[in-house]
Design a protein around this ligand. Structure first.
Ligand code: BTN
Length: 267
């Protein structure tokens, strides 16, 4: 069977041959097919696998998104991977890691494909208002600190418009659709891991201020009026900032500031 991309298999050898980063990944699990890379990574982290372990699959049978949504993860078409991270962070700061991931994916896409994605809070990446990347982080805490984080990243890379399931055709895109080019997934992965490593090292030394600054620069909704849906509640106000724990700060008309931990920006 030909998928039109000669060397585009995400085997451990192929991944290692294109890597530019130094510490991430420190170990690679590469699967042809898996239920979800997040669950496998979570189990491996519980069994002691270290900071920077990568779990990647050509296909996920039960790809998962935020809020128990499904994440379509077709064979050979995208990057479906999870990283085990063990940052030295208090529990309250765990929510900062997805920003680091979003900025790193964006920087990799910018440098490799010369397009600038829009960040959608909390952690989607969009091109022309359609989503091509989602991030799902799952955290294990111990004594008020982060024990480990499983950072799950899903990127629609080489899908064509005709391949989307009906329910997401209007809201999803792929990098191939955005650039009209077939993209080498291993090279894109190598670029993402390099940016992730650089940002992670930077955050360990200087904290997350720089990451949040980069994130806000890439988010078109910052300083705009927005509506947030949180379970069955809606909040409307101006998106004024992200605080030091990663919460969105929403300013109401009366000047009051509300901290939002989770939700979806509707518009
Ligand atoms: C979202 O936008 O809702 C998050 C999507 C996260 C998808 C990735 S793909 C790799 C990892 N394994 C999963 O089952 N989910 C994440």
């Amino acid at each position: 069977m030909s998928y039109g991309i000669r060397y585009d298999l995400l085997s451990e050898d192929r991944i290692k041959s294109v890597l530019k980063s130094r510490f991430i990944p420190q170990k690679v699990y590469a699967f042809w097919s898996i239920g979800t890379t997040n669950d496998f990574a979570y189990r491996m982290a519980q069994q002691g696998d270290g900071d920077g372990t990568l779990v990647i699959a050509e296909k996920q049978e039960r790809g998962r998104g935020r809020k128990s949504r499904t994440w379509d993860s077709p064979f050979l078409r995208g990057l479906w991977f999870s990283l085990i991270l063990r940052p030295d962070l208090p529990s309250a700061k765990a929510g900062l890691i997805p920003y680091l991931a979003g900025v790193s994916v964006s920087e990799a896409v910018e440098s490799m494909l010369n397009i600038q994605p829009d960040m959608k809070w909390p952690n989607d990446l969009l091109i022309n208002n359609k989503k091509f990347c989602g991030i799902l982080s799952e955290v294990d805490f111990n004594n008020g600190k982060v024990n480990f984080i499983v950072l799950g990243i899903g990127i629609n890379v080489n899908q064509l418009a005709s391949e989307w399931p009906k329910d997401i055709v209007k809201t999803a895109t792929s990098l191939r659709l955005a650039t009209e080019k077939i993209i080498d997934r291993a090279e894109l992965l190598a670029e993402i891991l390099l940016k992730l490593e650089e940002n992670y090292e930077h955050a360990k030394i200087d904290g997350f201020e720089g990451i949040l600054r980069k994130w806000k620069k890439r988010c078109s909704k910052v300083r705009k009026e927005i509506v947030i849906q949180q379970e069955n509640q809606r909040f409307q106000g101006k998106f004024v900032n992200i605080d030091e724990d990663g919460c969105l700060l929403l300013k109401y008309e009366n000047g009051e500031i509300k901290k939002i931990f989770a939700g979806d920006i509707l518009y």
